[in-house]
Design a protein around this ligand. Structure first.
Ligand SMILES: Cc1cc2nc3c(=O)[nH]c(=O)nc-3n(C[C@H](O)[C@H](O)[C@H](O)COP(=O)(O)OP(=O)(O)OC[C@H]3O[C@@H](n4cnc5c(N)ncnc54)[C@H](O)[C@@H]3O)c2cc1C
Length: 340
């Protein structure tokens, strides 16, 4: 049983299924992908989580290649090509030598959709609590249902995994240790605005991505429609810095979205503040607080044999989408080895 259909959970489930295990993936969202997210706005895909995928691990790169091979997405190799600004990228490694970058014309969610292709996935189902049921773990669901499983993988942002761990009883030594360890780690928030403009604006945007150096508000500006074939509109995505996001995290989007659009005006031109439409997303747990991630996935063995395992971007060095993928794959290998 895997909770979380983000890249880590899907890759873990896929590797376990390929090794012959019967796996069910559960996610609270309407679609797969988690933070590797694409929204459809006025018929056009918009990547409102990570803007592009990047990595250097051969297994991860092979999985990216397979997206095109099975017809799930059209890769835009080397995107972003035009990068401006001397601000720091969310993932500095993204531009390191040897790192490959790729986006998809259909949106970055083409990748998780490809990973999920042969899996049993139950969507729109939130796990609300964990419990012990004899020799197994019990997952309580928001629809009132319950699923028991011998092995449960939590492939969630750290804080959401911690919330579920807190529903288990105290006094189990391994579990208490893991809870204490995870209480020291964290992820960073990111307030995001997506905005649409007349298509001719797009021709005047001189970059694919911009990392502004001098802005207190903006971490990244993505020219999202530059990834689309013949886009009907120019779409920009504005991602706020972690500290700026944290200060406004509980505020209504109507309070912070105009501020973010104004901040972009100083960078790109006054047109940014007058979009045809805009939407917002509050990523409470956007990405790993770099330096706080663990070296590998974690497995808690319960007396009697049940296993609770944790994967996700915080469970592999460096964080980010490649780390999420690798943590899922490594966890599956470890669980399979222990089954055998
Ligand atoms: C704005 C933004 C910018 C980013 N930029 C970059 C970048 O430049 N480079 C990079 O490498 N990475 C970047 N990332 C991070 C990258 O997207 C993540 O590292 C990666 O997608 C995490 O995958 P995951 O599987 O660990 O978690 P997630 O994708 O978060 O998957 C977790 C899943 O669990 C589900 N879930 C949560 N709680 C429950 C529950 N109780 N019951 C059922 N389901 C539940 C969620 O719906 C979600 O689908 C960025 C992320 C954001 C948001």
């Amino acid at each position: 049983m895997v909770v979380g259909a983000g890249v880590s959970g899907l890759e873990c489930a896929r590797a376990l299924a390929r090794a012959g295990h019967d796996v069910l993936v559960i996610d609270k969202a309407r679609g797969v992908g988690g933070r590797c997210a694409t929204r459809r706005i006025e018929g056009q895909p918009v990547d409102h989580g990570l803007a592009f995928l990047h990595g250097s691990d051969p297994g991860f790169l092979a999985a990216l290649d397979a997206v095109a091979a099975d017809g799930a997405g059209t890769p835009l190799e080397g995107w972003p090509a035009a990068v401006q600004g001397s601000g720091s990228p969310c993932q500095p490694d993204a531009f390191a030598p040897g790192e490959r970058r790729v986006a998809f014309a259909e949106g970055v969610s083409a990748f998780p959709k490809h990973l999920a292709r042969e899996l049993r996935v139950r969507l729109q189902t939130r796990v609300t609590a964990l419990g012990l049921a004899g020799l197994r773990l019990a997952l309580e669901l928001d629809d009132g249902g319950r699923i028991d499983a011998e092995t449960v993988v939590l492939a969630l942002p750290l804080e959401q995994a911690r919330e579920l761990l807190a529903t288990l009883p105290a006094g189990i030594a391994d579990l208490d240790g893991v809870r204490a360890l995870l209480s020291m780690l964290g992820t960073l928030p990111c307030l995001t605005v997506m905005a649409g403009y007349p298509p001719e604006i797009g021709a005047a945007v001189p970059f694919d991505l911009c990392y502004p150096a001098g802005s207190r508000a903006l971490q990244l500006v993505a020219h999202d429609s530059a990834k689309r074939a013949a886009p009907a509109q120019c779409v920009m995505v504005y991602q706020a810095r972690p500290a700026w996001s944290r200060e406004r995290l509980e505020a209504e989007p109507s309070q912070w979205a105009p501020e973010l659009l104004e901040a972009a005006a100083g960078l790109c031109g006054t047109w940014t503040a007058q979009p045809l439409w805009h939407q917002t997303h509050r990523w409470r747990f956007a990405r790993v607080d770099r330096g706080s991630e663990l070296a590998g996935p974690v497995v808690v063995q319960f007396p009697g044999g049940a296993r609770l395992a944790l994967a996700g971007e915080s469970f592999a060095p460096g964080g980010g989408v490649e780390a999420a993928f690798l943590s899922g794959r490594r966890l599956a290998a470890r669980l399979h080895e222990e089954f055998a």
